[in-house]
Design a binder for this molecule. Structure first.
Ligand code: NAP
Length: 478
């Protein structure tokens, strides 16, 4: 079977390096082969994006916005179908997958609106005699590289602001989940996308395509979402040509429950913060810090919820699906074994399906008595384990929360809002949910401190990541 999945210049083409397989993580079986982009394909994508840039950057913001707005509407129209596709290639539950479709579509709506409000500035020099006219311009051809855990949202969170700013893009989706990106491209064509504005090159080996882009002088921007390790590799490559870089990297979110928290609400929030997408979100609560006075009750309530989770393929109406691949199961199992060796105890566990032995399953698990220095609270688990550490003073828990090089998300559950704000402001994280287990919102600046990233996606700032600022200093006789 010849796959024709490279999307270049609004054409579907075969990849120069044959095909690779996209696998259903619930069964371990191939969904279908996908074109494997070559270095020449990577160059062809930039050729198309560079040619389209000359026109696209001058298209009226409203006209660009209409294409984004129509894409939003088409994604909502096809929400069920897109959700099923995400669930098939990523493994997450249908509820999570359809929720992702709505969230991803919202970036098109948000930037359709934001893109027509691109102001500038006009100033009078303090000494007089000069006027300063500040304007914002598209940075140019942008290379976008996305992970598998949110196959739609990680792509739309970049494509929508890039296009609203007047940039054209070349996208390499994760090898595990390229099918959703293709589906979004089809909808964009239906919405009126001009040729060459969005180009997609899947590849079995990311570096052959992305390194080529990083070396290409026509590529002026790298916007990456993925692990901190690969982010560091790309930043080193970006340094060679001083490429404008936005990095959405790994997390290690603390979730704090104070002694005065509404424990039922805290458990509800924790189920979302920890178990959405099987714990494979960059914002996933990685470590639960629960006040010693309520730790037993909290663990019992959380454990009861976790034990009742229906684990299985999305098509069976499950709450939680498999992990993405065998490597992820191996890593999560090792972290669990290490925690048990360090003295932690399993209090509750969900059952994994015995009739789907070939999938990449891992039982959602609650751990108590986890030592504060255990590896499992310092590594990004990226799986459905909830390790609970207890604490007694606010100073102690702030110390625990900040004892990491990561700083993406954090959560605080408390009955005292002022205490929540005080704790939230003391935590070195770009996003803090206060009495909420979800922080993502297209209208808010998503991103991390420390090694969790550089730059923000969503909100006004997400658009600015794809812009250059210029000023004209104008002689002005006063
Ligand atoms: P990853 O291994 O870093 O991969 C992310 C993307 O980079 C994929 O498209 C991957 O391609 C590509 N890639 C891999 N090696 C590369 C190289 N040498 N040069 C250029 N590109 C390369 O991350 P992942 O395992 O897919 O995703 C999980 C990580 O992403 C976690 O750490 C998570 O916290 C983070 N994440 C962060 C955010 C955020 O907004 N901060 C959001 C989601 C996920 P292949 O698929 O072909 O390997």
């Amino acid at each position: 079977m010849t796959a024709t999945d490279l999307f270049i210049d609004n054409e579907w083409r075969a990849g120069g390096d044959g095909t690779f397989d996209v696998v259903d993580p619930a069964t371990g079986r191939t969904i279908r082969p996908v074109s494997d982009g070559s270095e020449a394909d990577a160059v062809a994508a930039v050729d198309a994006a560079a040619a389209a840039l000359t026109t696209w950057r001058r298209v009226a913001p409203r006209e660009r916005g209409e294409i984004l707005r129509r894409t939003f509407e088409l994604m909502i129209r096809d929400r069920d179908e897109l959700g099923e596709l995400i669930a098939a290639e990523n493994g997450k539950s249908l509820t999570d997958a359809k929720g992702e479709v709505t969230y991803s579509a919202e970036f098109f709506r948000w930037y359709a609106e934001e893109g027509v409000r691109m102001g500038g500035d006009y100033g009078v020099a303090p000494a007089g005699g000069t006027r300063t006219l500040v304007t914002h311009h598209p940075v140019g051809v942008a290379a976008l590289v996305t992970p598998w855990n949110f196959p739609a949202a990680m792509a739309t969170r970049k494509i929508a602001p890039a296009l609203a700013a007047g940039c054209t893009v070349v996208l390499k989706p994760a090898a595990e989940t390229p099918l959703t990106a293709f589906a979004i491209a089809r909808l964009m064509v239906e919405a009126g996308l001009p040729e060459g504005v969005v180009n997609i090159v899947p590849a079995s080996s990311a570096s052959k395509v992305v390194t080529r882009w990083m070396e290409d002088p026509r590529v002026r921007k790298i916007s990456f979402t993925g692990s901190t390790g690969i982010g560091s590799v790309l930043l080193k490559q970006a340094a060679d040509r001083i490429v404008n870089s936005s990095m959405e990297l790994g997390g290690n979110a603390p979730l704090i429950v104070t002694d005065d928290a509404d424990l039922d609400a805290a458990v509800e929030g924790t189920m979302i913060a920890k178990f959405r997408g099987g714990g494979q979100a960059c914002t996933a609560a990685n470590r639960l810090y629960v006040h010693a006075d309520v730790v037993e009750e909290f663990a019992a309530k959380l454990g009861a919820k976790v034990a009742s989770l229906k684990v299985g393929p999305a098509a069976d109406g499950s709450d939680i699906g498999p992990l993405i691949n065998a490597k992820a199961v191996d890593k999560t199992s090792k972290l669990l074994a290490g925690a048990l060796e360090a003295g932690a105890r399993v209090t509750h566990e969900a059952s994994v399906p015995s009739d789907h032995a070939d999938g990449f399953w891992f039982a959602p698990t609650v751990l108590v008595d986890v030592p504060a220095d255990a590896e499992i609270v310092h590594e990004e688990i990226f799986g459905p384990i909830a390790p609970i550490v207890s604490w007694t003073t606010d100073e102690e828990v702030i110390g625990y929360a900040n004892d990491t090089e990561m700083g993406l998300a954090a959560y605080v559950f408390t009955g005292d809002l002022q205490r929540g704000i005080r704790l939230g402001e003391a935590i070195e994280a770009g996003m803090v949910g206060v009495n909420r287990g979800l922080v993502s919102d297209p209208a808010a600046p998503f991103g991390g401190m420390k090694q969790s990233g550089i730059g923000r996606e969503g909100a006004r700032m997400g658009l600015e990541e794809f812009q250059e600022t210029q000023y004209l200093s104008i002689a002005w006789p006063d």
